[in-house]
Ligand binder design. Structure first.
Ligand code: SF4
Length: 205
């Protein structure tokens, strides 16, 4: 006889996030695996493509993805051998190498990003207020994980020294960016902002 399962809400939320993550990774990887790339190599490729003003080297990527520098070095060596990226030696310190995508790497990153567009298109039909509420929860959850040291280098508005809860918010304007001096709604909150200012602990609004 069928017995109804009693699964807690938090369990179902995490299970849902994991399944979305699986679909997301498979979509991103579909293009890149033809080139024999690992999921980490795809992530590096997309990071360098999305952050041209903040490329950095092996140590930054190690912090970004929470893996050892040796693991990043292996992935970078393979990407360089396949001519998806180049290592640029800094004249001021020849030990530091900055990583930059080649034209071939940019082209693959663009094709891979287009796969993500297919998932975005599937979200388009859902009501905006439900998506905003979901985004707010996810941002606060990610911020909590980051405060506890489980996530690094997110460069998210909620963790930024320029980010301020708004004392007297207008409709939908719960936050404020002190750098750009503009109110932020939940949909204005950014990932990977080039002006991100690290700080240790920021209360969520
Ligand atoms: S927009 Fe950039 S500078 Fe402003 S609060 Fe967000 S991360 Fe910080």
């Amino acid at each position: 006889m069928f017995q109804r399962m009693q699964q807690p809400l938090d369990f179902k939320l995490l299970e849902s996030l994991e399944r979305v993550s699986r679909v997301f990774k498979a979509a991103l990887w579909a293009e890149a695996k033809r080139e024999g790339m690992s999921p980490l190599q795809v992530q590096i490729l997309l990071y360098l493509h999305d952050n041209p003003r903040r490329p950095g080297g092996v140590s930054r990527l190690s912090r970004e993805f929470g893996v050892t520098q040796a693991t990043i070095s292996d992935a970078v060596r393979s990407l360089a051998e396949k001519e998806f990226l180049v290592k640029i030696v800094r004249p001021e310190d020849r030990r530091l190498k900055q990583l930059k995508l080649s034209l071939k790497g940019h082209r693959l990153a663009i094709r891979t990003r287009q796969r993500r567009g297919l998932l975005e298109a599937r979200m388009a039909g859902f009501p905006i207020d439900r998506k905003e509420a979901t985004l707010r929860f996810l941002l606060e959850f990610l911020h909590q994980l980051q405060k506890e040291g489980l996530l690094t280098e997110m460069r998210l508005c909620l963790s930024c020294g320029n980010f301020e809860p708004r004392p007297d918010p207008g409709p939908g304007e719960a936050f404020y960016c002190a750098l750009t001096q503009t109110p932020l709604t939940i949909t204005d909150v950014n990932f990977n902002c080039s002006e991100f200012l690290p700080r240790r602990a920021v209360p969520t609004a």
